[in-house]
Design a protein around this ligand. Structure first.
Ligand code: SAM
Length: 278
């Protein structure tokens, strides 16, 4: 092996296209004696394909503490370990962070490799112009918690990057439209795979677009929502909007006045007022 041996190598693996495995990742997986994998059965074919003779040990969300202790023992005995998840980068909405923390706390070396990650792949092809982004990962599965989380994110002027499962994509997109108002949504589906789609549209049109063809609801998804409009204090806009609605003003008038007072987007406030009323 060309790199320092007794280290934990954090190795991203392809999202779908084997050609995305970096040469460095390949070298490490071939040469380390141990691979700690989220699902050893899932990762064995990859290791076989690479001609790796590494032995595997499980490191998933239910045994991360125990796995970390085993990995630290191996590192202290001078053996290198590669950490992989089922696809993409370990620790990014995947197990791995606890193992890395324990290895660092034990004073052993951690070497992270760059490589495939659905969030950065989607962002780079999104055309979203926000200078900053916030990676959120999976929203809560329960509707109430999901809506509250979206409320909490609503006024941030950063592109918001989410992971979502196919069976929840419709309800999540509906909640986003109700909560976030007028934004651009980028739906990045099946990245690096045969049916890869990266589609950009107004958030309000996403529900109809997804329903137009049920294939559009299949596969793996990254959803990116453009940030809250700059120059508008959405939080202040909502505060004023609520006061006006509580005073009995009709939705349209309340939205118009709140927008004029605070500089927040009128249409977003109008959508918001409708959501608050319902
Ligand atoms: N660690 C991975 C990474 O670096 O992207 C993410 C793992 S997370 C358990 C799996 C989620 O990532 C999927 O539900 C989906 O939201 C997203 N994802 C993974 N592969 C994808 C792909 N090929 N296209 C779009 N999204 C993908």
């Amino acid at each position: 092996m060309t790199e320092e041996s007794a280290a934990l190598y954090v190795v991203p693996t392809p999202l779908g296209n084997m050609a995305d495995l970096t040469r460095r990742a390949e070298e490490i997986l071939r040469s380390v004696p141990w691979v700690a994998a989220e699902d050893t059965r899932h990762s064995t074919p990859l290791l076989k394909q690479l001609g790796s003779s590494a032995r595997t040990l499980p490191a998933h969300q239910h045994n991360e503490h125990e796995a970390a202790a085993r990995i630290v023992d191996k590192l202290r005995a001078g053996e290198a370990v590669a950490l992989i998840s089922d696809a993409g980068t370990p620790g990014i909405s995947d197990p791995g962070a606890r193992v890395v923390a324990a290895v660092r706390a034990a004073g052993c070396k951690v070497v992270p490799l760059p490589g495939p990650c659905a969030a950065t792949t989607a962002l780079s092809g999104s055309g979203i112009l926000d200078e900053h982004f916030l990676f959120y990962g999976f929203l809560p599965a329960k509707a109430g918690q999901r809506r509250q989380t979206l409320e909490d994110l609503r006024s941030l002027p950063y592109a918001l990057v989410f992971y979502e499962a196919p069976h929840r994509v419709l309800e999540t997109v509906a909640d986003m439209a109700n909560t976030l108002g007028e934004r651009t949504l980028v739906i990045a589906r099946e990245l690096t795979k045969l049916f890869e789609t990266v589609h950009s549209l107004p958030l309000a049109e996403a529900d109809a677009w997804l329903k137009e063809d049920s294939n559009r609801q299949r596969g793996e998804f990254v959803l990116i929502v453009s940030g809250a409009p700059a120059g508008a204090d959405a939080g202040e806009g909502e505060r004023v909007l609520k006061l006006l609605l509580a005073d009995g003003l009709p939705v349209k008038q309340a939205a118009k006045l709140a927008a004029a007072i605070t500089g927040a987007a009128k249409n977003a406030l109008y959508d918001r007022a409708l959501a608050l009323k319902s």
